[in-house]
Design a protein around this ligand. Structure first.
Ligand SMILES: Cc1ncc(COP(=O)(O)O)c(C=O)c1O
Length: 443
């Protein structure tokens, strides 16, 4: 009997009791290779001694001080670190406790910016279908994950949604990747124009699609076009890098590979690597100086903003990544992983697409490779794959509704940055067995 409201009320998951490196162990002694970092969180794996030491030292000195009274050394040092490594001009940080809170703060900061500069009639956000930005009401509203939104639809602010980047299904056979990207960007511009001049606050997008769609990267030039369109219409660009950021795709920020600088960027997951709950909004100088010249006060706040232990943990995580050159490992191991998965799955009769970047990969499963027809949603293939993976001691992050919230199944993989070649071999091998067993169980 549990008193916890677990994610599924009829299923109590195994009890995790310890973890080290890329493995988590449950109370029954079963070891699971963490091939997804939970939900792309555990970038350093588990139990890093330097992060633990930094947390312990901080707890011993100062565990908590409310930010309406004090700032703290670890929060200031982490902000310095993030500003130093952010894209040019993006030099201010607002700390929160996770990804959804980061999105909420970004939406409010964007709205307040326009009020402060005398454009209060801007009240609309545009985002993308098949996206995920979090589960709080504002984040859910900008998100395009239909099953998660449906129940709460009457409570959500009105957000316009445009097409996501989904080359596997949406790029036309006669279209180059560049033309596909330009078509998507043109759709955004039409949506901005349809809202009316001076009405749109911001376009919100995951730089690389994550939980809802599975590691979908943008076609070349898409984000540069998006940036230009936003600038032309005075619209802010909010990039959500809660999942794909902080090194996951091989550069600290995924936007670096797109050649654009956002006005606001949300980060979380890999920021603290799971050692503590922490997220942040990285804000461009122009946004913060507008508030500074105006009211001088961001009309927002939470009790645990800039929590000293969370900041100390995140600072240590980021220092370990820098010290050990782990972004290089993400790039090298990412290339190796891509090769292994292609060798293993490129000719698999039920693998339609293998996509991703760095150590952020997804496999989309199809009933038929030729026609790209997905499996019946009622079969819940993604849930079967997850079960089969767990039975083989492998943590992956499968999801259904890849295509439209209903149809399609993919498996997201986000191994820790410290992953070794032998781990990648195990992941590929066990995943292959799990996929075949899950599909076999449909007969
Ligand atoms: C891109 C993106 N944004 C926001 C969130 C929400 O983060 P959290 O679950 O920490 O609230 C997630 C979580 O998966 C995410 O992937």
């Amino acid at each position: 009997m549990t008193h916890i409201i677990h994610r599924h009320l009829h299923v109590t998951p195994p009890v995790a009791v310890s973890a080290e490196g890329v493995f988590i162990t449950d109370a029954a002694g079963t070891q699971y290779l963490d091939a997804c970092g939970g939900a792309a969180v555990s970038c350093l794996g588990h139990g890093d001694p330097d992060v633990r030491a930094a947390m312990r030292a901080q707890i011993d000195r100062l565990a908590y001080a409310h930010t309406s009274f004090f700032t703290s050394e670890p929060a200031e040092a982490l902000a310095d670190q993030l500003a130093r490594t952010a894209p040019p001009g993006v030099n201010h940080v607002y700390f929160v406790s996770g990804g959804s809170e980061a999105i909420e703060a970004a939406l409010k900061l964007a709205r307040q910016y326009f009020v402060e500069i005398g454009e209060p009639e801007r009240s609309v956000f545009i985002a993308r279908r098949q996206s995920y930005h979090g589960n709080t009401l504002g984040a859910l509203a900008v998100g395009g994950n239909e099953p998660r939104r449906r129940l709460y639809a009457p409570l959500l602010i009105d957000v316009q949604h445009v097409s996501p980047c989904y080359a596997y299904r949406d790029q036309r056979p006669d279209e180059t990747p560049e033309a596909y990207g330009a078509r998507l960007a043109a759709e955004l511009e039409s949506a901005i124009e349809a809202c009316g001049p001076g009405r749109v606050i911001a376009f919100v997008a995951e730089t690389v699609g994550g939980a809802t769609q599975g590691a979908t990267t943008a076609p070349p030039g898409y984000f540069r076009d998006v940036r230009e369109i936003c600038d032309r219409h005075g619209v802010l660009l909010i990039l959500d890098e809660v999942m794909c950021g902080m090194g996951r795709t091989g550069t600290l920020h995924a936007s670096e590979q797109e050649g654009v600088i956002p006005d606001l960027m949300t980060i979380a997951k890999g920021l603290g690597g799971g050692f503590q709950p922490i997220g942040a909004v990285l804000a461009h100088e122009a946004i913060v100086s507008a508030l500074s010249r105006g009211s001088g006060f961001f009309q927002h706040g939470h009790t645990y903003l800039g929590h000293p232990v969370a900041c100390a943990a995140a600072l240590a995580v980021q220092q370990v990544i820098e010290r050990d050159g782990l972004l290089m490992n993400v790039r090298l191991k990412g290339r190796l992983f891509a090769r292994m998965m292609n060798d293993r799955f490129a000719h698999h009769p039920h693998v339609g697409d293998i996509r991703g970047r760095g150590l952020f990969w997804a496999i989309e499963l199809v009933r038929d490779r030729e026609s790209r027809v997905p499996f019946e949603p009622a079969a819940r293939l993604h849930a079967r794959v997850k079960r089969e993976c767990m039975a083989r001691g492998l943590m992956t992050y499968p999801m259904g509704g890849t295509i439209d919230g209903q149809r399609g199944d993919h498996i997201l993989l986000a191994p820790p940055f410290i992953v070794e070649e032998s781990h990648l071999e195990i992941i590929t091998e066990r995943l292959h067995g799990a996929i075949d067993a899950a599909i076999g169980s449909l007969d």
